[in-house]
Ligand binder design. Structure first.
Ligand code: ZN
Ligand code: ZN
Length: 271
């Protein structure tokens, strides 16, 4: 090697280095260096497991199919949340995260529709019995069909829409709060990805026995908040307290402004 020549790859002595590994600093050729998240990492670091290689079941949806990929992603998130959010690429495309949330919302629609159809059928049956057989019975049946179709139609469209919009709003609020204390360094899109993938937790809240049993519903809500915390901590590689501030601060601000509002009202009333 002549002194003028640049550094060569540590593994392939015949190839020029295109840069250094951001984990170990080794000179690497184009074939050895690859992107892991937002860092260029050498093949040796990847092979020896020195860095976290991103990858969740959702990345394999082409092979698994949407339904199985959604289910495996959701179960990995429930069973191993820390591992899941460490392996979720913070810089991955937003489109795939929106698709995941849309399917979570679609399942909510299905559960919601089943519930409302059951409820509607009970109401309709009640009407049939009130009117007795004959014309009243036929009218009752028509009312039942109209009710079932309208309830079903509304509840199929609403959950995915509210879920998608809701998660965008949550991401904005949480991200803003985390930025106040120096968190959220991986960016708003990374926060949004945590929210959109976390939508699987919203799905289980609509399982009828959980929905109708308030202690269970409260438990899943707390679980959901904890999951957000784990997600933000892993994704932004930040201290847990910064994630907690992101989640708790907006709620706290709401409470304080409510209390402040009433104090002002009472004060003005007393004048
Ligand atoms: Zn390396
Ligand atoms: Zn090389």
């Amino acid at each position: 090697m002549s002194p003028e020549a640049g550094p060569t790859c540590a593994v392939h002595a015949d190839k020029a280095s295109v840069g250094t590994c951001e984990h170990c600093g080794t000179f690497s050729c184009g074939a050895c260096l690859g992107w892991i998240g937002n860092k260029k990492i050498c093949a040796t670091c990847v092979r020896e497991g020195r860095v976290t290689v991103f990858g969740v079941p959702w990345d394999q949806r082409a092979e698994l199919g949407l339904a199985r990929a959604w289910f495996r992603t959701a179960t990995m998130m429930f069973a191993h949340p820390v591992e899941f959010f460490r392996k979720l690429d913070p810089y991955g495309p937003l489109g795939e995260a929106f698709l995941f949330a849309a399917i979570s919302g679609g399942i909510v629609s299905l559960l919601f529709t089943v519930l409302s159809l059951l409820f509607g059928a009970l109401l309709g049956l009640g009407m049939l019995f009130d009117h007795g057989p004959g014309i009243g019975g036929a009218e009752g049946l028509l009312a039942l069909v109209i009710m079932l179709v309208s309830i079903g139609g509304m509840f199929i469209v609403m959950p995915p829409l509210t879920l998608l919009i809701g998660n965008c709003v949550w991401a904005l609020i949480h991200h803003g709060s985390m930025r106040l204390v120096g968190g959220g360094t991986a960016g708003l899109a990374a926060t949004l990805r945590v929210c959109l993938f976390g939508s699987a937790y919203q799905t289980i809240q609509w399982i009828p026995c959980i929905l109708l049993c308030s202690p269970l519903n409260l438990a899943t809500t707390i679980w959901y908040l904890v999951m957000w915390g784990i997600g933000y901590t892993q994704t932004h590689e930040q201290d847990g307290w910064k994630s907690a501030v992101g989640i708790i601060l907006p709620g706290l601000m709401c409470c304080i402004s409510y209390i402040g509002f009433y104090v002002i009202i009472i004060f003005l009333d007393a004048l």
